[in-house]
Design a protein around this ligand. Structure first.
Ligand SMILES: Cc1cc2nc3c(=O)[nH]c(=O)nc-3n(C[C@H](O)[C@H](O)[C@H](O)COP(=O)(O)OP(=O)(O)OC[C@H]3O[C@@H](n4cnc5c(N)ncnc54)[C@H](O)[C@@H]3O)c2cc1C
Length: 460
């Protein structure tokens, strides 16, 4: 067995791990990164990027089909056909470009990448195949895995988001189990690709993590698209001989839903199994590794970042933690204390939550002004054929400091940047209301929400 020594050893090459490595390399820290599968992790290979690529394909197909039927825009086009194999090839091309780019960045920053599955020996020793690696600092960034339902084991017609992102054909009927963001993003995409889609959700609303006012436009669009919703229904099992999913309705009666595929999307859990993490006997926080505000675990010089360290399980949080940990190891003084981390659902319409919602503010004992500005009064939204949705601002009544932004509407994912910046900079309603926003943009609704909170919206 060969032995390597390094200052920093990172397990996992997802957005958390690879960003740690790049920043460490920039800071001149000798770094080894171990990745068992593919650089870029869940995000680049089977998560954020491929899902958004498939959503784009679905949207283009849907729009073209829409124009082939009735186009208010005066476009005439014949009914489109879809070569899903080509779509997947295009998506794979993007994934390939990005993962190759990550490899190049790691090389440029002199990070040694070892391909293989790491097993922890102790807080300073990891084994990969027949290589032992000894380090001063260990960063655990092994990510997360889909939660499986024992009654719906993945295989054949039962798929997870991973299989849904690499279809060989579009099923005639698809049932999505789980009305969270992953289930809905992909469910809507499949509907737009032509499948009959149903969503089974145990809670009484889709996207139950968000408030009803915010999710209503998504709910309305699902109805318009013809997605069937089985809310307050729970799954009992799958009969493979009859291709039916058994679900119980709110009265306890069983329904047999015929389908060709079932996609299970009931959440993700930290990946703590199978790499001898037990050897470290770290303090846990439920299913995730407990960390402090420097991402330190209960063992000194051992850090945990990204999905492994719990919610919110988002790529940009993992990256920000990784960047900070590399700087800490280099001797800089840092802590992870963001005012807010944006959460975006790339549904139709899109949904963004940054900072405190009205309910969060109330729970925190804050007396707040809450103000909405609807996209029905925004010119740019109209030119994008987008009529639903709004921007909502939540600001303290006493000093007008903004504590939260939410938005739902076409293209609002791009507003998340402005929202996060205003919160990190401690902006007040007057700062946003007094900033000239370009016309015509969706961003004008951000300014107008702030003006409306001050009692003088201009276009409403
Ligand atoms: C369908 C889908 C869509 C998503 N969309 C979004 C989105 O739009 N925006 C967003 O912010 N987030 C999204 N996410 C979540 C996002 O992918 C994760 O939050 C992010 O990837 C977490 O990064 P990470 O570095 O913690 O872990 P991961 O990306 O999971 O990377 C962990 C890496 O560690 C490797 N590994 C694990 N164990 C070992 C070991 N023992 N030895 C060596 N290597 C190991 C794995 O192979 C993996 O490559 C999505 C997820 C899914 C599934």
């Amino acid at each position: 067995m060969q032995t390597l020594s390094t200052t920093l050893l990172i397990i996992g090459g997802g957005p958390g791990g690879y960003v740690t490595a790049i920043r460490a390399g920039q800071l001149g820290i000798p770094t080894i990164l171990v990745e068992g599968q593919s650089l870029g992790g869940t995000c680049l290979n089977i998560g954020c990027i491929p899902s958004k690529a498939l959503i784009h394909v679905a949207e283009q197909f849907h729009q073209t089909r829409h124009h082939s039927q009735q186009s208010a825009l005066g476009i005439t086009v014949s009914a489109p056909t879809l070569d899903i194999g080509k779509s997947v090839e295009w998506k794979d091309g993007i994934v390939d470009r990005l993962t190759t780019g990550v490899a190049a960045l790691l090389k440029k920053n002199k990070v040694q990448v070892i391909q293989g599955w790491a097993k922890v020996v102790d807080g300073k020793t990891v084994v990969v195949g027949d290589t032992r690696i000894i380090c001063e600092h260990l960063v655990l960034a092994t990510g997360s895995k889909s939660v499986n339902l024992p009654i719906l084991p993945i295989g054949g017609p039962i798929i997870s988001s991973t299989e849904a992102l690499a279809p060989t054909s579009v099923p005639k009927r698809l049932i999505v189990v789980g009305g969270g963001y992953i289930g809905l993003e992909l469910g809507i995409a499949y509907r737009k690709l032509g499948a009959d889609v149903s969503v089974v959700e145990a809670q009484e609303r889709i996207l139950p993590a968000y408030d009803a006012e915010l999710t209503q436009p998504v709910h309305d669009e699902l109805k318009k698209l013809g997605v069937k919703l089985y809310l307050r229904h729970s799954v009992q099992g799958f009969d493979s001989s009859a291709n039916t999913l058994q679900v119980s309705d709110p009265n306890g009666d069983t329904l047999n839903l015929e389908t060709d595929q079932v996609m299970v999307a009931v959440g993700r859990k930290p990946n703590t199994q199978g790499w001898n993490l037990e050897a470290l006997n770290l303090d846990m926080n439920g299913a995730s590794i407990k960390i402090d505000n420097r991402c330190q675990t209960s063992m000194s010089n051992v850090y945990a970042i990204g999905d492994l360290s719990g919610e919110p399980m988002l790529a940009h949080r993992a990256m920000a933690q990784g960047e900070m940990v590399a700087e800490l190891i280099s001797g800089k003084s840092r802590e992870f204390n963001p005012t807010a981390i944006a959460a975006v659902c790339f549904t139709d319409p899109e949904l963004v939550v940054v900072g405190k919602t009205p309910n969060d503010a109330k729970a925190a004992g804050l007396d707040c002004i809450v103000s909405n500005f609807p996209f029905t009064a925004n010119g740019r939204a109209m030119t994008l054929e987008s009529k639903s949705g709004f921007v909502r601002v939540v600001a303290r009544r006493d000093n007008h400091v903004i504590v939260g932004w939410q938005a739902v509407g076409v293209g609002v994912s791009e507003l998340s940047t402005a929202f996060a910046q205003s919160l990190e900079m401690g902006a007040r309603l007057e700062d946003i209301g007094g900033t000239i926003h370009a016309h015509p943009t969706l961003g004008e609704a951000v300014q107008e929400a702030a003006l409306r909170a001050l009692g003088h919206a201009l276009h409403l």
